[in-house]
Design a protein around this ligand. Structure first.
Ligand code: ATP
Ligand code: MG
Length: 421
């Protein structure tokens, strides 16, 4: 019997895992500087939570959710995104009683039943952040600035920040009407999904990925022409903060995003290195969602970064940085040396030095070969003679220098501390 992982899901293992860890710690570092705290929310939630927030007529809810009854016949969904669970948690735990704004970040797997392809999986990972309790565009600009700093920290280049405002419950109905009128002359040419969208939620037509629909929306009315005074001021405010913070950006009036809960600011970060699935991060404001979840009126904004797409960009750029080699390899000959080697290794490990040992009575030659394969910096060789004299030989595998050191002094070995990690 042979088993394999399900379609569209994947294992993450060395050496890639080191990039994942690097990205996760960069996020933690940068987001903490902006006052975000980690929040861990469950992977499963009540189905309603996603249907109500993301919207019944969105692709995610219509086609992509992993929804199933549990043993007590409750409808459960594997989270397709992180914002709805975070908002649920914000309301349930009364975080709105804490001083505003409250800011949280999360990371972990999301699940969407999509057609697997490059940059698109059924279980994929996101790192996201959500800030609650401030409506001014200064916060929107800070969020974008935080994302920019995060990508800079990872030396990612070739990104475009696209921004838009999709208005509020006051002005959006006018825009929806204008869109609906625009497409009513073309309904017969729309794809079957968009025919439905035209009736239920015309905004979603702008998010359709079918080529003929992309063609048909040329010349469609633009949301930025329909904003009410408050939304226009908010958007102008954002644009001037972005200028102040030197965040180069492009206004994309067609970017409505695939989730219904957004209000005003929406944004996407796209990469010239990614091909068809080029969005590496996306987000927006959702000023009504907390209230819809039963909390007090609380404006909020957030985003999510697609981990797989980000990791691909880092991997394509530089394969070298994903190495993670041990600092020391202790090659031992004979059972007494084996025991001594183990106790030296344990001391070094307690000092945080990564150490590998020989196993299975391997010959010195094969141990050295393994040390080389692992990319170890130093090899220490311990045999009967060394145990007798108390002096062991070391060799630097990178520059071939060598020397001797007292068996008791290994933990103070300068080589571990001189070299860069
Ligand atoms: P797309 O237009 O690519 O389908 P989306 O609008 O559905 O993206 P969001 O829900 O905004 O995506 O998720 C934020 C980010 O998560 C995306 O920009 C992308 O990087 C990543 N992402 C979304 N769906 C997937 C997936 N199925 N596999 C891998 N990454 C994904
Ligand atoms: Mg999608």
């Amino acid at each position: 019997m042979k088993y394999s992982a399900l379609k569209g899901v994947h294992d993450i293992y060395p050496p890639d895992i080191y990039i994942w860890q690097k990205v996760e710690s960069a996020a933690e570092e940068v987001f903490s500087a902006y006052g975000f705290h980690e929040l861990r929310v469950p992977i499963i939630e009540s189905t309603d939570i996603f249907v109500r927030s993301i919207g019944e007529t969105t692709d995610i809810v219509e086609k992509e959710m992993y929804t199933f009854p549990d043993k007590a016949d409750r409808s459960i969904t594997l989270r397709p995104e992180g914002t709805a669970p975070v908002v649920r948690s914000y309301v349930e735990n009364h975080f709105y009683n804490l001083p505003s704004p409250q800011k949280f970040y999360y990371s972990g797997p999301m699940f969407r039943y999509e057609r697997p392809q490059k940059g698109r999986f059924r279980q994929f990972y996101q790192i996201g952040a959500e800030a609650f309790g401030a409506s001014e565009p200064k916060l929107d600009a800070e969020i974008l600035s935080m994302l920019k700093l995060f990508f800079e920290r990872l030396d990612i280049t070739g990104l475009t920040f696209e921004v838009n405002s999709i208005g509020c419950e006051k002005c959006r109905p006018d825009y929806k009407k204008a869109l609906s009128d625009f497409f009513s002359k073309k309904t017969s040419e729309l794809c079957p999904d968009c025919k439905r969208r035209h009736i239920n939620n015309p905004l979603r037509i702008l998010d359709c990925k079918v080529d003929s629909c992309i063609e048909l929306r040329k010349g469609a009315p633009q949301v930025t022409d329909y904003l009410c005074t408050e939304c226009r001021e908010h958007f102008n405010g954002l644009l001037s903060f972005l200028k102040l913070l030197n965040i180069t950006h492009k206004i994309n009036p067609n970017m409505v995003r695939g989730l219904d809960y957004y209000t005003r600011t929406t944004f996407e970060v796209t990469s010239e290195h990614l091909g068809a699935q080029k969005a590496v991060a996306a987000g927006g404001r959702y000023d009504r969602l907390v209230e819809e979840f039963g909390g007090p009126p609380t404006p909020a904004i957030g985003f999510a970064i697609g981990m797989e797409r980000l990791i691909t960009m880092i991997k394509d750029r530089n394969k070298k940085e994903i190495e993670q080699a041990p600092k020391a390899f202790l090659a031992t000959i004979g059972s007494r040396a084996d025991i001594e080697g183990l106790s030296i290794a344990e001391k070094l490990r307690a000092d945080g030095i990564q150490v590998e040992l020989g196993y299975g009575n391997a010959s010195l030659k094969s141990q050295l070969r393994r040390a080389d394969k692992l990319g170890a910096n130093y090899v220490f060789i311990i045999g009967d003679d060394e145990l007798k004299s108390g002096i062991i030989k070391w060799k630097n595998l990178k520059d071939s220098s060598q020397g001797e050191i007292g068996i008791k002094e290994v933990s103070g070995f300068q080589g571990f501390y001189n070299q860069q990690k």
